[in-house]
Structure formats: structure tokens, C-alpha cells
Ligand binder design. Structure first.
Ligand SMILES: *Cc1c(COP(=O)(O)O)cnc(C)c1O
Length: 376
């Protein structure tokens, strides 16, 4: 059986977890947390990084920091629920935008028409770790005085014109869920690039208290100064994550090798116009977060999933257009909108098994089965 995903352990996780437990400091914001945060600040040029318990939590902190209550926030429809949910929970009105026709990323050309005097922010998702055209997004934000939030959940170690993803928008959010490139089971990180948010982010992170400045010795007592929650993970999670971060180079090299192999061998199907393969624009890099193909029809996709499943190969599809979701329809401001590209990816995109330990012969079997399905 070839599963769709398999979390990869570097082997160092139990060692660092033991170290964190034995240190006597297992709550949050300890040495491992700081090591992980500094790594993101130094390597990915993020002004201030804060570990969170999930990317969803990091996005919720973004929603709190920009004070979006009562404002409109533009979000792609083709994304994971959290991208929209975090802002809904903080009282924003979601305005859904369509994907590009040839790529699941938000279409920058369609955003301007959605901006009103009530718009507060644009949230972009770098789908499959491939950059959105950020110059266009940042230019719109400047013209209309909006915040830009990068949902970089899938985008670790990926770049836009040499700039690391997550370092471009005012704020960004990463995920270390077990399905991502670098994992801690559940886990995330808030990236802050606009300095005005740093002090308040630390307060929201620590249950509305100014405990972080207290621990740095900047004040002599700490208290309740703002809203917030317990967004910081324990040191045990950070210790796990550190083992992964230390191995990011080999992890990325292997994933890119697997990605290239899928791409090169399935290319024949694209050339014969049987499926479409992922597009990486010139301004973007590929961090090999996932490999997907775009089928010609929904029916063809169902047949292919069935064909692979009979041979015990598990391919899955994901993201149902959020603008057609049950929850969005229940909101009092719901308005039916037509977002055909988002709907196309909803019905035609298929993700192939993709994980660090996918063996060469297993991958060859998957590729051969797909070629067989298309009579190649
Ligand atoms: C995985 C993912 C999330 C959610 O991440 P969690 O860490 O599970 O909260 C959000 N947005 C996108 C685009 C994702 O892929």
C-alpha cells in the first residue's frame, strides 16, 4: 500500500524532546522556541517570528493585529478553511477572490475590482509553495492602504524574486502540521515584517499580558494589558520542530528530487494534452510541497482515483471552493459569486502520494499506473 502522506522523522526528535523535558522548563518561550524563531528570522529574513500552536492560530493573530472587525478582507476561495476562518472569527467580512486560470493561486488581476472603502487586507496563499506575484499585490496594498497577509502554510524555503516567502507581506503564517515539509505534529509560526505589530503580537501571544517584556527585564512586573490567548506552544513541540529544522536541507533536496521525477515522467501526458502539470512562474521557486496534476474533467479524476486505489495507491483531492461552502452560505452577508477557476481546481486537481520516504520503485509504480490509465 502506498499512502498519500507519511510524516518523516529525522531521528533526533526524541533526543531534543528529552533534553527539553530534563531542562525543567517545558512551558513555552524557552530555548528551543527561541532557536526555531531565530532560524526563521535569520534564514528567511522575517523581522520577528513567534511560534504558535498552528498556522490557524498564527492567522488568527494576524486577524487580531490588523483589527479587522467590521472590515472586509479579500481571501482566495480555493484554499484551506483556516485562511478564511481566522478572519471570520475576528469579525471580518470575507470577500472571495478567484484563482488564476492556469494556477490555483489568487489572480492579482481580479483583486482591484473587489476593493471597497471598507477593505482592510488582502490574504494570499502561496499554493503548493509557489509564490503569488507579490509585486502586484504589494502595489495594490500601497495604492489602497491595505495590509497584506501571506498564508505561507505550504511555502517554507520558497522564494519570490529571491525574497523568502513569508518575508514580503506585513504579516505571514507558516504551518508545521504533519502534512507539511517540516513538521511538529501540529504547529505554526507567525512572521511579522511590519515593526508596528511586534510589541502587540507578543502580548496577544502571551494571553494578553506583557510577560515577554517582563522576562527580558524591560519592566518589573507584568499584568493584563490587552486581548489575546495562549498561542504559544510548549517547549516539547519546539524541541521536535528543531530536529526538523536542522534537517531542512536534506529534506528539501529529497522532496525536489521526487517532484522532478513526477514532472519529467508525466510530461508526456501534458504534451499529448491529456492532463495539465503544475506551472512555476519565472519569479517563483519550487519548494516541492506537493505534486498535483489537473485532470480534464471531474469524472476522469474520479476514475483515476479509483484505478489507483484498486492498486492500493492513495491519491487525494482537496479544497472545495469556500465561496460555495455550507458555512459561508449561512452568513448573513452571503452573496452568490461566480469563481470558475476556483471551481475548476475543486473538481479537477489531484494530488499524488508525496513524502520524504517515498521510495524510487514505489514512485515508479505510481507513475507507471498513471501512464497505463492514460494508455501511454
Ligand atoms: C495546512 C494549511 C493551513 C492550516 O495549518 P494548521 O497548522 O493545520 O493550522 C492553512 N492554510 C493553508 C494554505 C494550509 O495548507
Amino acid at each position: 500500500m502506498i499512502p498519500f502522506n507519511k510524516p518523516y522523522l529525522t531521528g533526533k526528535e526524541p533526543h531534543y524532546i528529552e533534553q527539553s523535558v530534563m531542562s525543567g522548563k517545558i512551558s513555552g518561550n524557552g530555548d528551543f522556541t527561541k532557536k526555531c524563531q531565530h532560524y526563521f528570522e535569520d534564514t528567511y529574513n522575517i523581522k520577528k517570528a513567534l511560534l504558535t500552536t498552528s498556522c490557524t492560530d498564527a492567522l488568527e493573530m494576524c486577524a487580531m493585529l490588523i483589527d479587522c472587525k467590521g472590515y472586509e478582507v479579500i481571501v482566495p476561495s480555493y484554499t484551506f478553511v483556516s485562511t478564511a476562518l481566522a478572519f471570520v472569527r475576528q469579525g471580518a467580512k470575507i470577500v472571495f477572490a478567484d484563482s488564476k486560470s492556469d494556477q490555483p493561486n489568487i489572480d492579482p488581476e481580479q483583486i482591484e475590482a473587489l476593493i471597497t472603502k471598507n477593505t482592510k487586507a488582502i490574504v494570499v496563499v502561496h499554493y503548493a509553495g509557489v509564490a503569488v506575484d507579490m509585486d502586484k499585490i504589494m502595489a495594490l496594498a500601497k495604492t489602497y492602504n491595505l495590509f497584506v497577509i501571506e498564508d505561507a502554510a505550504q511555502a517554507i524555503d520558497s522564494y519570490y524574486k529571491e525574497k523568502p516567502l513569508g518575508s514580503i507581506g506585513h504579516l505571514s503564517a507558516f504551518s508545521f502540521h504533519e502534512t507539511k515539509n517540516i513538521i511538529s505534529g501540529e504547529g505554526g509560526l507567525l512572521g511579522i515584517n511590519d515593526k508596528q505589530f511586534i510589541d502587540r503580537a507578543e502580548i496577544l501571544w502571551e494571553k494578553g499580558t506583557n510577560r515577554s517584556s517582563f522576562f527580558r527585564g524591560e519592566i518589573n512586573k507584568y499584568g493584563w494589558v490587552d486581548t489575546g490567548s495562549s498561542f504559544l506552544p510548549s517547549e516539547v513541540i519546539a524541541a521536535f520542530l528543531w530536529a526538523q529544522i536542522e534537517n531542512i536541507k536534506p529534506i528539501q533536496a529529497k522532496r525536489i528530487k521526487i517532484w522532478d521525477n513526477y514532472y519529467n515522467q508525466l510530461n508526456i501526458l501534458e504534451q499529448k494534452n491529456k492532463i495539465t502539470l503544475p506551472k512555476i512562474p519565472d519569479f517563483a521557486t519550487n519548494n516541492a510541497h506537493m505534486f498535483y496534476i489537473i485532470c480534464k474533467t471531474e469524472n476522469q479524476r474520479s476514475e483515476l482515483i479509483k484505478f489507483l486505489k484498486e492498486k492500493e495507491v492513495y491519491a487525494v483531492f482537496h479544497y472545495l471552493s469556500l465561496h460555495k461552502s455550507e458555512y459561508y452560505k449561512s452568513l448573513d452577508y452571503y452573496k452568490a459569486t461566480d469563481l470558475p477557476n476556483s471551481d475548476k481546481f475543486t473538481s479537477q486537481l489531484l494530488r499524488l502520494p508525496f513524502y520524504f520516504e517515498l521510495e524510487e520503485q514505489q514512485q515508479q509504480l505510481i507513475i507507471d499506473l498513471i501512464l497505463e490509465f492514460f494508455n501511454e
